[in-house]
Design a protein around this ligand. Structure first.
Ligand code: HEM
Length: 167
C-alpha cells in the first residue's frame, strides 16, 4: 500500500544519496586543502567563471602508502576542480532537497520535517559561501560540518516518517 498522505519515499532516498555525496565532496575539499582554491571569490572563482581545472588529478582516490599529505599534494588546477565540484554539486542538491522540503511541508504529518530541512539547507549553503568569502573562520567551518550532519539526520528522520509501518 502506498500512503497517499506522505511524500514519496524515493524522493527522500534520492535526497539522502545526493547529500551523502555532497558531504563526501566536502570532505574531499577540506582533506585536499582546496577551501581556498578559488581564493575568496564567490560565485566566481579566481575572478573567472571557469578557471583552469584538472579533474583527472582531482579525483585520484588512492596514491599509495607513504605520501605526506600535510598541506595537500595537488597543484592549483586540481584543487580548483575539487572546490568547483563541491560548489556546483551543491546546486543540484539544493534543487532536489528544496522540492522535497516543499512537498513535505504540504502534508500535515511531515510539515515540520519539511520546514527543518528547508531551513537547514539555507543555513548550510550560507555557511558554505561564508567559508569562502570570509576565509574559513574556524567556527564557520565547524558549523558547516555540523549542519551537514544535521541535514543528513533530518532527512533520515523524514525517511522514517515516510516508511509504511510493517503489518
Ligand atoms: C547542501 C550543501 C552542502 C553540504 C551538505 C556541504 C557539506 C560539506 C562538508 C561535510 C564539508 C567538510 C567539512 C570538514 O571536513 O570539516 C564541506 C566543506 C566545505 N564546503 Fe561545503 N557543503 C555544502 C555546500 C557548500 C557550498 C554552497 C559552498 C560554497 C562554496 C561550500 C564550501 C565548502 C568549503 C570551502 C569547504 C572546505 C572547508 C574546510 O576546508 O574546512 N559548501 N562541505
Amino acid at each position: 500500500m502506498h500512503g497517499g498522505a506522505t511524500v514519496k519515499r524515493g524522493l527522500v532516498v534520492v535526497a539522502l544519496v545526493l547529500v551523502a555525496l555532497q558531504i563526501a565532496l566536502g570532505g574531499w575539499t577540506s582533506a585536499n586543502y582546496a577551501a581556498f582554491a578559488c581564493a575568496t571569490d564567490y560565485p566566481t572563482c579566481l575572478q573567472q567563471w571557469w578557471p583552469q581545472t584538472d579533474f583527472r588529478e582531482a579525483f585520484v582516490l588512492w596514491r599509495g602508502i607513504g605520501v605526506n599529505y600535510e598541506g595537500g599534494v595537488l597543484d592549483g588546477p586540481a584543487r580548483t576542480a575539487i572546490h568547483l565540484t563541491h560548489r556546483w554539486f551543491a546546486l543540484l542538491v539544493a534543487g532536489h532537497v528544496l522540492i522535497l522540503a516543499v512537498k513535505a511541508m504540504r502534508q500535515p504529518a511531515t510539515r515540520n520535517y519539511g520546514r527543518a530541512i528547508a531551513a537547514l539547507l539555507v543555513v548550510q549553503i550560507t555557511l558554505g559561501i561564508a567559508n569562502v568569502k570570509f576565509g574559513l573562520p574556524l567556527w564557520n567551518a565547524t558549523a558547516h560540518n555540523g549542519v551537514a550532519a544535521a541535514l543528513l539526520f533530518a532527512l533520515i528522520a523524514l525517511l522514517a516518517r515516510t516508511t509504511p509501518a510493517p503489518r
